[in-house]
Design a protein around this ligand. Structure first.
Ligand code: DPP
Ligand code: ZN
Length: 876
């Protein structure tokens, strides 16, 4: 297949300053008339052909300046429209009529129908499934959109921008016209037509603009959109206060649909959402759902400036909008909730999703240089590592210079399609700093490692720290350059407070941050009054792995005393991970795993420490997952040994914490009415972690079943059901709870997804056959991405033992699903296939099963470009 390369970028010979679209909406057959004002750029030759992108299109008619085009002057295929004879004048008008079939569109790209509602998804290259166009983000056009549909089926007609006019037509049809004054790339085009309920509200911007807000959902679900509306208004205010960014249209609409490939989409003035990230109430959504809704509503709204007003020159620059916007939504959530807890959750996510990507065959730089299928680059690296890079930029520049850089970026590039170089330049110019070495974070793949050792000289009062950085080789990048790595740190004294020092040599240190720029630094801190413990990479200031030569008692000390809560969690997490690695080794060697008493007691003490917030204590008790341990082991992985080792650790904590946990669990019971706020959510999170220890300690499902029955909210109900399914799935109580949950929520797809998900995580040899039977469930369907992700996605990502079952049957199940899905929805199929990305790090037997299945799959001749790309890179 064709490979697209960054170095081949060429500006287009033609621009399309204006677009008028007319849709005759009909599910089986929709007629699209596009009137394009085209302009040849001054330096293009007059006979330059105009090559428009298409994807599966049928051309009905083509006119140039109102006159039907001669067949000899153009060539139309489903994937391209090439017009070779064009008027000599630089400006002309093209009229293109295409015929599309929304109800047959199973890819969920372009115009499709979800539960009877017409909707669109155009990022990255879906617009070309609607009409022939220069479907690239550097072509910015002003859109006017006219839609016509049956009034009965589609009383609601929405598009980007502001509404212009609407009215009735003959035969029960009606129309509406929308106009978006802001030039935008085609990937931000959207329309929605259907019969939906709405929640309305208003927002007044800082400068007094009145904005009508609407969130459209299925009839009867309006109440469940209240939290999303609240999150939207808070996001709008926050962007004004924090970044000085105001909303710019008279309306802002959000539509929730149930069939959606991504989380949501930031179309100008008309965000389209996966309903999972809109609908919530206490009975049907968990606290994690509420937090996700808040974050994603904010994310898409923030795109209005970082993505829409300033967009990407080409798709290699995807992180320009995504990394930056993730950083902005992280900051928003940190502001609305607990900053430390939010940071720990982000780092756990980064390690769970981005690190394995960066350490495997799919590794790529935050700004990639080549791709075959851009849909496969909506990755943890582009999004999450991209956000970490912006975060480091702020750490290096400080808050004020960072804000000045953002202001300059907005001022300089508003209305443009730009590159990462433009972005970085704004910060260089605003701060006067040279960021060229720092920019390598965008250009080099791989997770850097920092090795560190220190020694204290009590006589000289000096602390000497040796630091060394290395960046591992990644696919097609064997030689790496040295990075600029900002490491926040503290010298923690015997009483837990940070010690001062008089001077430091060997590396530049500013505001509590060490700046590594060379391969090795030997740093000497002078005037350090007592032996400190070095607390390094505080707040996870750089997305690196650390090899610290330090004694376990120093890590325990940090876990108990560091002034930075992130570092306390980090220290404990490191110790628990090391203990689990050792225990897995023991299990594999036929021995019983043992854990240090001190490690168990520090875990329990922190969980019980009432001076700490509950959400933090819940994270303390969420010991490293099986996948985390596997990643740290890195090679010759035996998932069964890890599972046994982790089970033993949970049991050791459960037994030692028995009394404490029982009392704490009761004390945390909250009789106040439900509230989704962070404090209450933290309390529920802690109760949910405790319930697992209580049932392990008592070897009885009773306490969990009681929580399941008594819960007045989904967080505690689903939490209890998860514990029952994990540990008591083959008992009557476990089966009864699963059946009761299904009965109660059978008609609520988002909750039923949880039921599928919880079963997909059962660590049992029988889970593969359970999944096969669940795939026959009347409510299972490959056509709904949420359902596929809930069952098969969860199985592949969150069930280490069953997915990696030694007989290869877990792999077979996922491979078969991927193959079946590929002809239907290649994007979701390709994403599911990334579950195999770490296959080379498994022990021999499993590796061989995975390799065979991957090789078999990749031999098929009818693979989508999406899936072929993933398979080829995974096997390379
Ligand atoms: N809708 C996706 C996101 O916001 C892609 N832009 O990240
Ligand atoms: Zn985004």
């Amino acid at each position: 297949g064709q490979i697209f390369r960054l170095e081949d970028y060429q500006p287009s010979n033609y621009l399309i300053p204006e677009v008028v679209l007319d849709f005759r909406l009909n599910a089986e057959e929709t007629l699209v008339t596009a009137r394009l004002q085209v302009e040849r750029i001054a330096r293009a030759p007059a006979d330059a052909p105009l090559i428009l992108d298409g994807d599966g299109l049928v051309l009905e008619a083509l006119a140039v300046n109102g006159t039907e085009a001669e067949p000899a002057d153009y060539d139309a295929s489903p994937d391209q429209l090439t017009i070779s004879r064009l008027p000599a004048s630089r400006r002309f008008e093209l009229t293109i009529v295409t015929r599309i079939a929304p109800s047959k569109n199973t890819t969920l790209m372009g115009l499709y129908v979800s539960s009877g509602v017409f909707c669109t998804q155009c990022e990255a290259e879906g617009f070309r499934r609607i009409t022939y166009f220069l479907d690239r983000p550097d072509i910015l056009s002003v859109y006017t959109v006219r839609m016509e549909a049956d009034r009965k089926d589609a009383p609601l007609l929405l598009s980007n921008g502001n509404p212009l006019e609407s009215g009735d037509l003959a035969d029960g049809r009606h129309f509406a016209v929308w106009h978006d004054p802001f030039p935008k790339p085609s990937y931000l085009f959207a329309l929605v037509a259907g019969d939906l309920g709405v929640v309305k509200d208003r927002f007044t911007t800082a400068s007094g603009r009145e904005v009508d807000l609407g969130i459209y959902v299925e009839h009867g679900k309006e109440k469940r959109a209240a939290y999303a509306m609240d999150a939207l208004k808070r996001s709008m205010r926050w962007d004004e206060e924090r970044f000085g960014r105001e909303y710019d249209l008279d309306v802002f609409n959000i539509v929730a649909v149930s069939d959606f490939n991504m989380g949501a989409m930031e179309n100008k003035g008309l965000n389209v959402f996966n309903d999972k990230y809109v609908l919530a109430d206490e009975d049907t959504a968990t606290d994690v759902d509420f937090a996700n809704i808040e974050a994603i509503i904010a994310h898409e709204y923030f795109h209005n400036w970082t993505g829409n007003r300033i967009t990407c020159r080409d798709w290699f620059q995807l992180c320009l909008k995504e990394g930056l916007t993730v950083f902005r939504d992280h900051e928003f959530s940190a502001n609305e909730r607990s900053r430390a807890v939010k940071r720990i959750a982000e780092v756990r996510g980064l390690r769970a999703h981005q690190f394995p990507e960066d350490q495997g065959p799919l590794a790529h730089p935050v700004r990639p240089r080549r791709y075959r299928e851009i849909n496969n680059f909506y990755t943890a690296t582009v999004y999450e590592k991209g956000s970490e890079v912006v975060r480091m930029l702020r750490t290096i520049l400080g808050e004020d210079a960072f804000r000045a850089g953002m202001d300059l970026y907005f001022e300089r590039h508003d209305g443009q399609a730009v590159t990462i170089e433009d972005f970085v330049k704004a910060f260089e110019d605003a701060s006067g700093r040279d960021l060229s070495q720092f920019s390598l974070w965008y250009h080099q793949a791989g997770t850097p490692n920092v090795a560190l050792s220190s020694r204290y000289d009590g006589k000289e009062k000096t602390l000497t720290v040796d630091v060394e950085q290395s960046v591992p080789p990644t696919p097609s990048e064997s030689r790496k350059r040295l990075m600029h790595i900002p490491l926040a740190f503290g010298l923690v004294g015997p009483d837990g407070t940070d010690l001062d020092y008089q001077s430091v040599e060997g590396a530049s240190v500013e505001n509590g941050v060490i700046h590594l720029r060379k391969r090795r630094h030997q740093m000497v801190f002078k005037g350090v009054k007592a032996r400190p413990v070095l607390s390094i990479n505080r707040g996870f200031s750089a997305p690196v792995t650390l090899s610290v030569e330090s004694r376990a008692d120093e890590q325990l000390f940090l876990a108990r005393h560091d002034s930075d809560p992130f570092s306390r969690w980090q220290a404990l997490n490191t110790l628990l991970t090391d203990a689990l690695i050792a225990a897995s080794k023991a299990v594999r060697g036929g021995k019983k795993p043992v854990f240090e008493d001190e490690l168990i007691s520090v875990t329990i003490d922190l969980a019980a420490d009432e001076t700490l917030e509950e959400a933090f204590r819940a994270l303390i008790l969420s010991v490293p997952g099986e996948a985390d341990v596997a990643r740290e082991i890195g090679r010759d992985i035996d998932p069964d040994a890890i599972h046994t080792a982790r089970g033993a650790l949970l049991m050791a904590i459960a037994q030692a914490g028995s009394q404490t946990f029982r009392a704490l669990y009761e004390r945390l019971l909250d009789n106040a009415p439900f509230s989704p706020d962070a404090r209450s959510a933290g309390r529920r999170a802690l109760r949910n972690t405790l319930i697992e220890f209580l049932v392990l300690d008592s070897s009885s499902p009773e306490a969990a079943y009681r929580q399941f029955e008594d819960a007045d909210n989904m967080t505690e109900r689903a939490g209890a059901l998860t514990v029952l399914a994990q540990h008591f799935h083959d008992t009557d109580v476990g089966r009864a709870a699963l059946a009761a949950f299904e009965k109660r929520y059978r008609d609520n797809p988002l909750v039923l997804d949880k039921w599928f998900q919880i079963q997909a995580m059962i660590p049992s040899a029988a889970t593969v056959s359970l999944l096969r039977s669940l795939m026959e469930h009347p409510h299972f369907s490959l056509a709904n991405p949420n359902r596929v992700r809930a069952l098969v996605g969860t199985f592949s990502m969150a069930n280490q033992t069953a997915f990696h079952s030694a007989d290869g049957e877990g792999y077979r199940l996922v491979a078969e699903t991927v193959a079946a899905l590929d002809s239907h929805n290649p994007q979701v199929a390709a994403r599911l296939a990334t579950a195999f990305r770490s296959w080379r790090s498994l022990e021999k037997g499993r590796r061989e099963h995975a390799r065979k299945l991957l090789a078999e799959m990749s031999k098929r001749t009818d693979l989508s470009r999406d899936l072929a790309d993933i398979l080829e890179r995974t096997l390379a």
